[in-house]
Design a protein around this ligand. Structure first.
Ligand SMILES: NC(=O)c1ccc[n+]([C@@H]2O[C@H](COP(=O)([O-])OP(=O)(O)OC[C@H]3O[C@@H](n4cnc5c(N)ncnc54)[C@H](OP(=O)(O)O)[C@@H]3O)[C@@H](O)[C@H]2O)c1
Length: 236
């Protein structure tokens, strides 16, 4: 496979109604891919996907904490497009409580959305990614999957380290069937999660460009982790 063969691939994007997921959806639609977008608010999804050709897009209800909604989404995608080539896991939540005050229920919710959500979608999509022969999984991890900075994001960071581990586990299990996995590890990005108007931090469109690039690479050029930073780190 070379990069030009990748246009028109079937791509699932979670958290596609806003932020990074929406930017990825817009960019991949412009690349000519067929999109199966997941969000728990379909009205927001429809509003944010106005420029996309309706014949090349499927809008799906997806609540990351519900296995059934993941199953229905995967089934609907295969029914409509005949397979799945790429899964982009962007849905995620953050909590900024320090370690001593961190509520376990909040930690459980982050675990559900940030780790088990991508795990569920990946396991359900795996047979189709295998059939593709050049399946791709892109997980929106974080720089918080690579280092802990002060006491700002302990629970979030725990879930993002786990998502990074999941990314490597998928890599191991899918490699022989041509599946390549990329864990994107950005620092602050200008979305609702940080500040959508902050032009001094990484823009969602920049990440969308990177997703477009990594899913277009051949099986012989796998990028397992991509560190993206707008601020000098000691090591990145
Ligand atoms: N922004 C950053 O600085 C940054 C940095 C590094 C990594 N990331 C990661 O990048 C990913 C995207 O973040 P973002 O900046 O685009 O955040 P965002 O603008 O807050 O968007 C989060 C997305 O996740 C969806 N979501 C949240 N809980 C969900 C659930 N239970 N079921 C289904 N969807 C759910 C939201 O849907 P609703 O609209 O329904 O809430 C929304 O579409 C996340 O995994 C985040 O951890 C972000």
């Amino acid at each position: 496979m070379n990069s030009t063969d990748t246009n028109g691939r079937v791509v699932m994007v979670s958290g596609a109604n806003r932020g990074i997921g929406a930017a990825v959806a817009e960019r991949l639609a412009a690349d000519g891919h067929r999109l199966s977008l997941g969000a728990r608010r379909l009205d927001a999804l429809a509003t944010n996907a106005p420029g996309i050709d309706p014949d090349r897009i499927l809008l799906n209800y997806h609540e990351a904490t519900e296995e059934d909604s993941a199953r229905r989404w995967v089934e609907a995608t295969v029914e409509r497009f005949g397979g799945i080539d790429v899964l982009v896991n962007s849905a995620g939540i953050v909590d900024r409580t320090g370690l001593e005050a961190l509520d376990e229920r909040v930690l459980d919710e982050m675990w559900e959305v940030n780790v088990k959500g991508p795990l569920r979608l990946t396991r359900l999509a795996l047979p189709y990614l295998r059939q593709s022969g050049s399946g791709r999984v892109v997980n929106l991890a974080s720089m918080s999957a690579k280092r802990v900075k002060g006491d700002a994001l302990p629970g979030y960071s725990m879930t993002k380290y786990a998502l990074l581990a999941l990314s490597h586990a998928i890599r191991q299990v899918g490699w022989g069937d041509g599946i390549r996995v990329t864990a994107m590890c950005p620092g602050p990005v200008a979305t609702d999660m940080m500040d959508p108007d902050d032009e001094t931090i990484t823009q969602p469109g920049d990440l969308a460009d990177l997703v477009s690039t990594v899913i277009g690479l051949p099986n012989t050029a796998s990028v397992s982790e991509l560190l993206i930073t707008c601020r000098l780190e000691a090591w990145a």
